[in-house]
Ligand binder design. Sequence first.
Ligand SMILES: Cc1cc2nc3c(=O)[nH]c(=O)nc-3n(C[C@H](O)[C@H](O)[C@H](O)COP(=O)(O)OP(=O)(O)OC[C@H]3O[C@@H](n4cnc5c(N)ncnc54)[C@H](O)[C@@H]3O)c2cc1C
Length: 504
Amino acid sequence: MEIQTEVLVVGGGATGVGILRDLSLRGIPALLIERGDFATGASGRNHGLLHSGGRYVVTDPEAARECVAENKILKHIAPHCVEETGGLFVSLPEDGLGFRDEFVRGCETVGVEAAVLSPEEALELEPKLNPRLLSAVRVPDGAIDPFTLVIENARDAEKHGGRFHLHMSVTSVAVDRGAISRIFARDSVSGEEHSFHASYVINATGAWASQFLALANLRLGMALSKGSMIVTNQRLSQRVINRCRRPSDGDIIVPNDLVSILGTTAVRLENLEHFDVSRQEVSLLLGETSRMIPGISDVRLIRAYAGIRPLVQSEGAKDDRAITRGFVLIDHEKRDGVKNLITITGGKFITYRLMAERTCDLLCEKMGLSLPCSTHVKRLPGAKEPAGFRKRLTAFSPGKGEVLCDCELVQRQDVEGFLTEGKMKDLRDILHRTRLAKGTCQGGFCVFRLLGVLHELGLVKGDSNRVLAGFLEERWRGVRPVLWGTSVREHELIESIYRGMLNL
Ligand SMILES: Cc1cc2nc3c(=O)[nH]c(=O)nc-3n(C[C@H](O)[C@H](O)[C@H](O)COP(=O)(O)OP(=O)(O)OC[C@H]3O[C@@H](n4cnc5c(N)ncnc54)[C@H](O)[C@@H]3O)c2cc1C
């Protein structure tokens, strides 16, 4: 099929979807294509930290300044995706106080609100902290729900005329007389080939930016840095807990609704398509984070996952943690003589809106238009709704049908709404739209109930066990690296349900 648009955005992570919303609000016709579901790249595979900027004040002040500004904007435009937890940077005896002093000066310079607390004050706020801590600094870190934020941007873009095609992977790019003339893409569900013609193309493919550019015979040096994270079965702290030292492995614990996320590692990758969390990374993360909260060693782990940082190689950076977290915006007309192509990559989840604003400003300049950005003031559609578990508790109603997922209070109607809309090409995308199977049993007790609903709605075509296996595979990939102790026992029970009772 031939598809025409003014602007084609490639990549459905926060950056691409943010660009689609920004363009739609400016009244510029745009279409986004994404090879998986929304947020299947780094946007759905991060800590969900709403940076105060603290993490970068010493090593990357420019990136820290961007975080300070965007932190405030996101709290205004998307309060329902944010939990204002606050954060602590804790110094342990082995860290000393040298870095703490540098950190406090950095916060002052960059404009991050910071207050030094005594060990007693810190322990009063967070009783599970290591009682041997020397000091803590309080900063306005927070937690963000990346899935909801991305979906909300897409909803608002669609409301203002933006279009998207999911599960559509760019396979080749035709360049003719200094401009992209055609983009060819394959629908991974139907197998159909499509040809897109656009006046302008925006490459928002994150860590895949150099792969996309290679299709047009262009180059960009990127460092592919994998970061792994572990989810615990309970929330370990009210605030984000950071180690007060130069960024390193296992130095952050981020509360996420009812659970906590332990992070992270930095492992250089060659292959972007096949990556998993290794046992060594799990051990490293547990060892390091339990220095900050010793009780971690007794907690059940429910899942591990990894993402790839979209880092653009900079000269002189000794390792991946030294590469800037700032973003890179490339006008390929100036750099390579390709008139209608822009690349935006690097940055952070929390700076997605700013990245989108700068990209759309550049595009408007190239198009000779003067249309101001409004995404820093216009709130997202659900901005008046409560956030997180509180939202699910207040939305709970016997009239919404049976509870499918007990851990996360997902009811039949929450799921049916998406299923009957007819917009999901792959049924597994329901796992990104709702909290189903995200709780402590990781789908063990809800995936078979979902299958029942799919049958009743006539959505299962062919073998039911194949559909069931598809859902469980996605969860199993995350569970496998953390299988020991009580997790093994729980998974033997789940295995017996699916093998013994459901003949899987
Ligand atoms: C371990 C880790 C922890 C992090 N923690 C945080 C944090 O706590 N807070 C924070 O602010 N940031 C964090 N980040 C950074 C943040 O996640 C990323 O900077 C951000 O999500 C990048 O968004 P993006 O839209 O640019 O890229 P992505 O979200 O990766 O989106 C790119 C999309 O392009 C698609 N794509 C690629 N090739 C093609 C193709 N050929 N055709 C069609 N589509 C294609 C991909 O499928 C993908 O969905 C973290 C990153 C990692 C890896």
